[in-house]
Design a protein around this ligand. Structure first.
Ligand code: OSB
Ligand code: MG
Length: 368
């Protein structure tokens, strides 16, 4: 393929409810979309960077800037382009994995649409539908949390993840266990809010039979996670710390994680995400597909990843309605706690032109 140009498009979708984590509260999703145009087909990629650099160093304006200034020009200059070449062409520019992932995904989508192959088939999916979990934000009170969880369980979600932070950990977990019982698959996510000095407090979660605790400590504190894992019974899962297949292999070797949350955006794209899946599988480490409040475009590819054989735990691949009143694509709908894996060429979904038009705040066309 050869790129004729790339469109950077900013869309804004209000969330159905504020989503509070230990790092902040999201009320609208300010999304950067990448559309690549080639002679053969067009392709879409969704950048998962949030508006502010609170989850990771990346943020949406920064991602747009590095794409415009460095990443897109690096691909426009290539005489021949395949998705497999993108990471190498972008490698001189350090970091910015979410921006790189969006661009690589768009190129891969164009390539697969041209070839008539789906993301699911390309990545090695073995399921036609995937079991889904839901990530439940920090609430102002326990009764509010129990109401939210009641609603999600009634919709059919097969796993509940509670966001936690110091002061909101044992009490909400105990309340959910007492109300809904021991059979509910339950896990927690701290988004780096603790230190190793909190090991005793985190050990108080041990009696509740959690599937895992996600990223309790700082993203650079891999050894701390290994130490914590030796002191608590709840399996430690890493999210923020896993930035590549190499860091995943090192974290596994150090005993820092018993489970891995794979987020393609955080690791530079779906091709690296698949390598992380393969590393985890080779070590017998369960993996699952994380989420970044994606629209239907990003969700389509995540659901394909979640269908890989090593993704053995339900992911944060919730239905469109958990995030948006109107999604950018035909909505993903939960059936029996599962989402169907798109089977059409490329992502297998398209933005709805009317919704795209109404939610777009700005576009920028970059060509050689
Ligand atoms: O840590 O997994 C996380 C959302 C934004 C940033 C980080 C995280 C999350 C979620 C929500 O937990 C996952 C989703 O439903 O998309
Ligand atoms: Mg997380």
């Amino acid at each position: 393929m050869r790129l004729s140009g790339v469109e950077l498009r900013r869309v804004e979708l209000p969330l159905v409810a504020p989503f509070r984590t230990s790092f902040g509260t999201e009320t609208v999703r300010d999304v950067l979309l990448v559309r690549v145009v080639t002679g053969a087909a067009e392709g879409w990629g969704e950048c998962v960077a949030l508006a502010d650099p609170l989850y990771s160093p990346e943020y949406v304006e920064g991602a747009a800037d590095v794409l415009r200034r460095y990443l897109v020009p690096a691909l426009l200059g290539a005489p021949r382009l395949t998705a497999a070449m993108v990471a190498g062409l972008l490698a001189p520019y350090k970091g910015h994995r979410m921006a790189k992932a969006a661009l690589e995904t768009a190129v891969l989508d164009a390539e697969l649409r041209a070839a008539g192959r789906s993301f699911a088939r390309e990545l090695g999916a073995v399921r036609e539908r995937v079991p889904c979990g839901v990530s439940v934000g920090i609430m102002d009170s326990v009764p509010e949390l129990l109401d939210a969880v009641t609603g999600y369980l009634a919709e059919g979600y097969l796993r509940i993840k509670l966001k936690i932070e110091p002061g909101w950990d044992v009490e909400p977990v105990r309340a959910v266990r007492e109300r809904f019982g021991d059979e509910v698959l339950l896990q927690v996510d701290a988004n780096t809010a603790y230190t190793l000095a909190d090991a005793r407090q985190l050990g108080r979660l041990d009696p509740f039979g959690l599937l895992l605790i996600e990223q309790p400590l700082d993203e650079e504190d891999v050894l701390g996670h290994a130490e914590l894992a030796a002191r608590i019974a709840t399996p430690v899962c890493l999210d923020e710390s896993i930035t590549s297949a190499r860091t995943a292999a090192a974290a596994i070797r150090l005993g820092a994680c018993a489970v891995i949350n794979i987020k393609p955006g955080r690791v530079g794209g779906y091709l690296e995400a698949r390598r992380i899946h393969d590393v985890a599988a080779a070590h017998g480490i369960p993996a699952w597909c994380g989420g970044m409040l994606e629209t239907g475009l990003g969700r389509a590819a995540n659901v394909a990843l979640a269908a890989l054989p090593g993704c053995t735990l339900p992911g944060d691949t919730s239905a469109s309605g958990r995030y948006f009143a109107t999604d950018l694509t035909e909505p993903f709908v939960l059936r029996d706690g599962h989402l169907a894996v798109p089977q059409g060429p490329g992502l297998g979904v398209d933005p709805l032109p009317g919704v795209l038009r109404e939610t777009t705040k700005a576009t920028d066309w970059i060509s050689g």
